[in-house]
Every structure is written in C-alpha cells, then in structure tokens.
Write a protein that binds this ligand. Structure first.
Ligand code: GLP
Length: 263
C-alpha cells in the first residue's frame, strides 16, 4: 500500500487524479473506471476533468461502474447515486452515459440485478482503476462492518451510523433508505488498481484501521491490505492517527523518478 499525505484536500485530489490518469492511460484501449459517490472523491473528479479538458487524458470510449445505489430511490431522484454519478462523473469527464453503469436499486428482482451487475463488469473486461472513499466506520462502497471479505454485489442493510452520516443529503433521517445494493469487497478487490481518498479528522480512525489495523471485517477497508496495487491519498487530518506517518512521508519524498506519478 502506498500512503500519500498531502497538506490540503485539494492537493490530495490533484495527486489522486494524477494516479488515476496514469493507470487509465496505461491500458491499451478504453479504460474501465470504478467510481464512487460521496464528498471524498469530488476534488479528484475536478482535477481529472481538468486533465480531460486540457487534452492530457482521453476518456472517450471509457466506461465506468459505480460502487453502489440506494434501494427504492428511482434513478431520477436527485439523491440516487445514478443522479450523483451523472452530475459528478459522467458530465464533467465527458463520458458516454450509455457506458456508465450503476446498480439498479429500483429493479423488481434485486438479486438478479446484482448478478447482472457482476456480469456487466466482467463483460467489460474488469475495472482498471477503482476510485474509493471510505465511511467513518471503515466501510467501502456500502460494505458495512462484518461484511464478508469475499462478498460480491448484493443487497445490504445500512448501518445506523452510515444513515446518520448521509442524512445531510435528505430532508430527515427517516428519508434515508435502509437498504442498498453494493459491489462486494471481493468485487472491489478484483480491480487492477485502487486509489482511495479521504479527508478530515472524521476519517482518521477509519484510515488508521485501513492502513495499519488488522485485516478484519470490522473495518471493511482493511481488506485492501491484501490488494497488490493500492494508493491511499489523504490530507493531514485524515492521517492524524497513523503510527508510521513519518515513514510514509519519507517514502513518498524519496520515491525514485521512475515510480512517480505526480510532481
Ligand atoms: C457513502 C458511499 C461510500 C463513500 C462514503 C463516504 O456511504 N457509499 O462510497 O465512500 O459514504 O462518504 P463521504 O466521502 O461523503 O465522506
């Protein structure tokens, strides 16, 4: 795992976008992006969009798979992840909406929708680079604590802390859905590379668990310790509880030129 600690959230977004662009450009043919909702990756998307606009990154032909979706919100609802991905990813990056996929949280047969989603990722050749945020309780996607480390796309019940964290986007807490569809931890682990971003002190415990804690279903993000190609890009506040903080900073500062992806 590579840990990059940045002085501001915006710089973290810039560095993370550089890493995503590097992996996306390494692929022969159009990239397959794994995309996340939430506030954490917004700066990353902004910097990625700037690269596309400058002509430094070609995502024409790229496809994208979102991690998760609420059950019961129609795709047209402004709080559905289908709407949010469209607004924060599809439009700014100029992706073809027909190639941007979100689990079908309003499907009549939710189990079938989950199987179809796994099949669609496979048919696209798998995800090249998965962008992730992390919940304050360590969840990635909507894989709440005690999720199977081998799980695939499925229906989950949201944890109360997650519902409270996300209540800011809804009129009241009661309006936050109870269920979701989410890619499983096993699905996420199949991505060839992962770029995870987090900012703020509210994420410091989750980041400490992800990077330095035991691999445990109690902190679902910790499964990434078993992935070969993970870049964690965080600000100082999110790095506050890392025991080896100085070592990560030293390692990044002394990266050999051939390993660099951002100046
Ligand atoms: C949501 C999403 C996650 C996201 C997390 C953190 O519950 N399902 O993919 O990483 O919350 O959100 P934020 O980035 O807004 O803190």
């Amino acid at each position: 795992m590579e840990i990059v600690i940045c002085s501001t959230a915006d710089e973290a977004g810039e560095v993370a976008a550089a890493r995503v662009a590097q992996v996306a450009s390494q692929k022969e043919g159009p990239a397959v992006l794994g995309v996340a909702t939430g506030s954490s990756p917004l700066a990353l998307y902004r910097h990625l969009a700037a690269r596309v606009q400058r002509g430094d990154l070609d995502l024409s032909g790229a496809s994208a798979f979102a991690l998760d979706e609420y059950v019961g919100l129609p795709a047209s609802d402004p709080q559905s992840y289908a709407s949010i991905i469209n607004e924060t990813v599809t439009v700014p990056l100029g992706l073809d909406p027909a190639r941007v996929h979100v689990p079908q949280g309003s499907a009549e047969d939710l189990r079938q929708a989950c199987e179809d989603y796994e099949a669609a990722i496979k048919a696209a050749g798998g995800v090249n680079v998965q962008i992730l945020g992390i919940g304050s309780n360590g969840h990635i996607g909507f894989n709440e604590p005690t999720s199977s480390l081998a799980s695939r796309t499925r229906i989950k019940t949201l944890n109360e802390q997650t519902r409270r964290d996300n209540a800011r986007f809804f009129p009241t807490l009661d309006d936050v859905p109870q269920h979701c569809l989410t890619q499983g931890l096993g699905t996420i682990m199949d991505a060839r590379a992962v770029v995870l971003v987090a900012q703020g002190e509210g994420k410091a415990d989750a980041i400490a668990g992800l990077v330095e804690g035991p691999v445990s279903a109690m902190c679902p993000g910790s499964v990434l310790q078993l992935h070969r190609t993970v870049t964690v890009v965080i600000d100082e506040a999110a790095a506050a509880k890392l025991t080896l903080r100085d070592y990560y900073a030293h390692t990044y500062a002394h990266k050999p030129a051939w390993q660099r992806f951002a100046d």
